[in-house]
Write a protein that binds this ligand. Structure first.
Ligand SMILES: Nc1nc2c(ncn2[C@@H]2O[C@H](COP(=O)(O)OP(=O)(O)O)[C@@H](O)[C@H]2O)c(=O)[nH]1
Ligand SMILES: [Mg+2]
Length: 412
């Protein structure tokens, strides 16, 4: 899969179901204007589900899934039917294709029941409307008008109704799940403890943006945040009266937070939440591991999104290089950039360490991440690299087990 292609997990999966010869494969061909599915008069031509990723206007990126007929007979047939039903689990929108000249069969009705039971958005597509004429057509026309029926009439052969089908599909696309900082980890009234160091480097009289945004997100999910300095964490946890769901700490004081947060409480950092929210947590975790293959003289690009952030500056230009040298025992060459500048040619770098990107919009951050990935350069961020070097990344990935698993992979 190319870098710029929508990953299949982000595509709307549209499954086509129905009896053999209803015209499932023909409808796919008509919708896509391509002969991607095998159409034949012989029943049961499609024996395995066929997946086709494509851009389908006005829907956007979709995955069309052509399934074998629901009415296959015999042992092999039953297996095919099972495979077809397996597809249901991946389906976002189901199309029940019915031969309109024959009408709904008991199998079709069973499947419609199943779709309702699973609360899957679906549409009954009466195909072959070109075969219907005269009084039969009038009768069907009446059903077409009935409001409640999620149905549409089409002809894969003549193309009638196919455009309308696409438009109906576009309107059925489930709303994209909104990205959250922490809200998706929380239930209403859950307690969250935020650890915010207030030292010389902290801006006067206010909190920094990532902290504000996290508090805001906790509020939105109806949970409760308690904000403390690292010094007060231990005492606060012991006095809270109930166990918080999560402790979120500034990366700089992670070791302290790690020590003072009992193991049974999930602990993570603002950097990790932001890497997940704005960036690509997986890329950042993999990127941190590039330290393991660092050699003397390798170039490391340390890049900051903003120019006037004293706190970041100190970490980026002073602390990080020192920690990297201590951790690896190597003498790399550090290159620093800040602000809107981000080099085009990254290939000379062994790895890139970027700030959390609180001042960059998601588009820009995504651009930088994609550019690094496209040029094959590992890229991570301050917080994740610091956690990695301190051996606490694994713990801070606790709320995201599939990311923690990356640290155990053999390949660097
Ligand atoms: N008249 C007519 N025939 C169709 C239409 N759609 C499909 N067919 C025919 O029905 C048969 C079965 O089509 P196919 O797409 O293979 O059905 P599937 O088994 O559900 O995938 C083929 O002979 C198609 O040419 C249609 O809209 N009108
Ligand atoms: Mg077929």
């Amino acid at each position: 899969m190319g870098m710029n292609q929508t990953p299949s997990s982000e595509r709307v999966h549209i499954g086509l179901f129905g009896k053999r010869n209803a015209g499932k494969s023909s409808v796919i061909n008509a919708v896509t204007n391509q002969d991607i599915a095998i159409v034949s008069e012989v029943r049961g031509t499609t024996t395995d589900p066929v997946y086709k990723a494509m851009e389908l206007l006005p829907l956007g990126p979709v995955m069309l899934i052509d399934t074998p007929g629901l009415d296959d007979e015999g042992e092999l047939g039953a297996l095919r039917v099972q495979k077809g039903l397996d597809v249901l689990r991946k389906t976002d929108i189901a199309l029940l294709i019915v031969d309109g000249s024959a009408g709904m069969s008991p199998e079709d009705e069973r499947l419609e029941e199943e779709l309702k039971k699973r609360e899957l958005p679906y549409l009954v597509v009466f195909n072959k409307c070109d075969l219907i004429s005269g009084t039969a057509a009038d009768a069907l026309e009446q059903r077409k008008d009935s409001e409640n029926e999620a149905c549409i009439w089409v002809s894969a052969r003549t193309g009638e109704g196919i455009q309308e089908l696409k438009e109906r599909l576009a309107r059925m696309v489930p709303e994209k799940r909104e990205k959250r900082l922490a809200g998706d980890l929380l239930e209403p009234l859950d307690l969250v403890v935020l650890v915010v160091p207030i030292d010389k480097a902290a801006p006067k009289g206010r909190l920094i943006l990532p902290q504000q945004q996290t508090i805001r997100d906790v509020l939105e999910s109806g949970a409760v945040s308690v904000v403390v300095r690292e010094k007060e964490l231990k005492e606060t946890l012991s006095r809270l009266g109930r166990q918080p769901k999560l402790v979120i700490t500034d990366s700089q004081v992670f070791d302290l937070a790690d020590r003072d947060t009992p193991e049974e409480i999930l602990l993570t950092s603002f950097s990790i939440l932001f890497a997940r929210y704005k960036g690509n947590l997986e890329q950042a975790v993999r990127g941190a591991r590039a330290l393991e293959t660092l050699r003397d003289g390798d170039k490391i690009l340390i890049s900051e999104g903003c120019t006037h952030h004293r706190q970041c500056d100190d970490i980026g230009t002073v602390k990080l290089p020192r920690w990297i040298e201590n951790y690896t025992g190597k003498k790399p060459e550090f290159v620093f950039t800040s602000g809107t500048g981000f080099e085009r040619d990254l290939k000379e770098y062994h790895m890139i360490v970027h700030c959390g990107g609180c001042m960059l919009n998601e588009q820009e951050m995504q651009y930088r991440l994609k550019e690094a990935a496209a040029q094959g350069v590992p890229m991570t961020n301050y917080g994740i690299l610091i956690a990695y070097m301190k051996g606490i990344l694994e713990r801070s990935l606790q709320p995201f087990p599939e990311m923690a698993a990356l640290l155990k992979e053999e390949e660097v």
